[in-house]
Design a protein around this ligand. Structure first.
Ligand code: NAP
Length: 327
């Protein structure tokens, strides 16, 4: 396992983190708690010590399951959770007021069965609240010892710049994978320049880059992928063809699977951590295959050519963004 150091957190953090959105069930067609707990423990056993969750993932459920799974293992894990969303009438909106964050941190500490949150991130920027207010509240929590390090998610460089006036920013969590690359023009260079760690979410592009999907794959219940433009005609065929081409490339050049390639590719963009959203222990089986090798500059160029050849109508993950409150 490769690790890196996040300012404020003494334990070195694994460069593959377990993402637990699907473990919350909501927007992923339900969940199985026994499997989820086994997955979290399997992750820790295999050296994945960073566990990313959020209050909104199943409206508290993901955090509760993480808390339960880590009982007796708390000191082996680094917990990252978030704040800054609410759902007063069931629909999720942005809310990063100081008051909301104070309420959320107490709820998260209780659900996670811990006295500290290692990394506390603002989930989405709230256009109705000055960054100074949000950041100052996080800095207060850091000084109180309730949180150890501060991060943001889905922020632009200018939003990070304002936020950093009142709080030391350690990490940023944007969408980033082989198919979703918009951060390369702004957030990634900013992170490199300012020494921030990038927690790349959707590392497998919601399972597409696992190499296990086909045109016949269906998404039951409220699974967000049934409304994801990548998983619908006409684009689904393009993305599946790209996955096939990447699978052949990974096998021929490196004797690896497309899944290992997808994770390696993120790690080779450094200073990055790949957030892998597994919800069954067997889904983590291939984690070791991502380590101990590197993609060359030639590999990276050839990968880009394959992507351009197969994906003629690319689309990003913008459909996932929650709305602001009405002002
Ligand atoms: P992801 O990691 O790209 O994909 C997760 C899905 O991939 C799983 O639910 C699973 O689908 C499939 N999968 C995983 N391992 C597999 C394997 N070995 N074989 C086959 N399929 C496999 O997407 P994500 O969960 O959206 O993103 C990862 C994490 O990033 C989240 O859990 C969350 O912690 C974080 N995130 C943050 C934000 C934000 O706004 N900050 C947004 C999105 C995600 P099935 O179980 O259906 O097979």
């Amino acid at each position: 396992m490769e690790t890196l150091q996040i300012e404020g957190i003494a334990t070195p953090v694994s460069r593959v983190a377990l993402g637990t959105w699907a473990i919350g069930g909501w927007m992923w067609g339900g969940t199985d708690d026994a499997q989820s707990i086994a997955t979290i423990r399997a992750a820790v056993d295999s050296g994945i010590n960073l566990i990313d969750t959020a209050p909104v993932y199943g409206f508290g459920h993901s955090e509760e399951v993480v808390g339960k799974a880590l009982e007796g293992l708390r000191d082996k894990a680094v917990i990252a959770t978030k704040a800054g969303l609410d759902w007063p009438d069931g629909s999720v909106r942005r809310n990063a007021t100081a008051e909301r964050i104070r309420t959320e941190v107490e709820q998260s500490l209780r659900r996670l069965r811990t006295d500290r949150i290692d990394l506390y991130q603002i989930h989405w920027p709230d256009p109705l609240v000055p960054h100074d207010e949000t950041a100052a509240q996080l800095e207060r929590l850091r000084r109180e010892g309730k949180i150890l390090a501060i991060g943001v998610s889905n922020y632009s460089p200018s939003q990070m710049e304002s936020f950093s006036r009142k709080a030391p920013l350690a990490t940023v969590q944007p969408p980033y994978n082989l198919f979703e690359r918009s951060i390369e023009k702004d957030v990634l260079p900013y992170a490199r320049q300012h020494g921030l760690t990038v927690l790349a979410y959707g590392a497998l592009c919601r399972g597409l880059l696992s190499g296990r999907m086909s045109a016949a794959t269906v998404f039951p219940g409220d699974d967000l992928r049934s409304g994801d433009p990548k998983f619908r005609p006409p684009r689904f065929d393009q993305y599946l063809a790209a996955v096939d081409a990447l699978e052949r490339f990974a096998r021929e050049r490196h004797g690896k699977s497309v899944l290992a390639l997808a994770i390696r590719w993120i790690l080779d963009q450094g200073p990055t951590i790949a957030l892998w959203g597994a919800r069954r222990p067997d889904q983590l089986a291939g984690v070791d295959a991502a380590f101990g090798w590197k993609l060359s500059d030639g590999d990276l160029r050839d990968i880009d050519a394959l992507l351009a050849q197969h994906i003629t109508d690319p689309v990003g993950p913008e459909f996932m963004a929650p709305p602001a409150r009405q002002g």
